[in-house]
Design a protein around this ligand. Structure first.
Ligand code: C5J
Length: 226
């Protein structure tokens, strides 16, 4: 185990059994002209975490540890889409409607792709998730179990929706979860701050939280001692 300084107390990272999960870093949430932007959100907040997320991905690639990228994506006929996601939202800007980057949150559409700067490479896992959480209707738990993964490090957007939901799902399934706080973001700063507090509250009721620099420094120090 490698102890990473974190809140509420050091995160016990298990090097051979840890994977990175990058949640929904998709054009439709992050780029000007996409779904998030057309809803009136300030997408520059989300765009700003691309460098930290890229550095986190680079760190896992250097270590040779598994990386999972998720996309919020639905089938073109919406048959896999939970009803609430179809019926709620702004008319004309709902899942399956046509936006500037193709049909909103539909698999294969331009806006549904992961941003170029964080594009997955061969060997990394990419899952399309119809829910907000990464475990609902994806089969990822079984794949992670087969890989011997017990620890998950999280990044991505948005902190209080798909990231927090996925962490809660993971926590209930027994994974030890660490959120990298400068590699996650929300359109609403107060929601990000609250989500982070909730995750680490009550002795880590959902998991741990730390900045990327703590993970980088600790792993570098650990390697220097080998
Ligand atoms: C949302 C997400 N916010 N990826 N999706 O609808 O958090």
């Amino acid at each position: 185990m490698v102890d990473i300084p974190a809140r509420p107390y050091p995160y016990p990272l298990d090097p051979g059994h840890t994977a990175l999960v990058v949640i929904d870093m998709q054009r439709d949430f992050i780029e000007p002209g996409g779904f998030g932007d057309s809803l009136g959100n300030d997408v520059s907040r989300l765009e700003a975490i691309i460098p930290a997320t890229a550095a986190l991905i680079a760190l896992f690639r250097e270590e040779g540890w598994p990386i999972i990228h998720t996309r919020e994506a639905h089938m073109p006929d919406l048959s896999d889409c939970p009803p609430a996601k179809i019926s709620r939202g702004k008319p004309g800007l709902r899942i399956g409607d046509t936006g500037a980057m193709g049909r909103i949150l539909i698999a294969g559409e331009p806006g549904n792709q992961i941003v170029d700067a964080l594009a997955p490479i061969a060997g990394e896992i990419v899952i399309d998730k119809p829910g907000k959480g990464m475990f609902y209707a994806t089969g990822i738990h079984e794949r992670l179990q087969d890989m011997g993964i017990s620890h998950l490090v999280f990044a991505g957007v948005t902190t209080e929706v798909c990231v927090q939901t996925s962490m809660r799902e993971a926590n209930d399934r027994g994974y030890e979860c660490l959120l990298i706080e400068d590699a996650t973001e929300s359109y609403f700063p107060q929601f990000k701050a609250s989500a982070i507090e909730m995750i680490a509250a009550q002795g880590g009721i959902v998991g741990w939280v730390t900045p990327l620099s703590e993970l980088q420094k600790t792993l570098a120090r650990d390697h220097a001692h080998v």
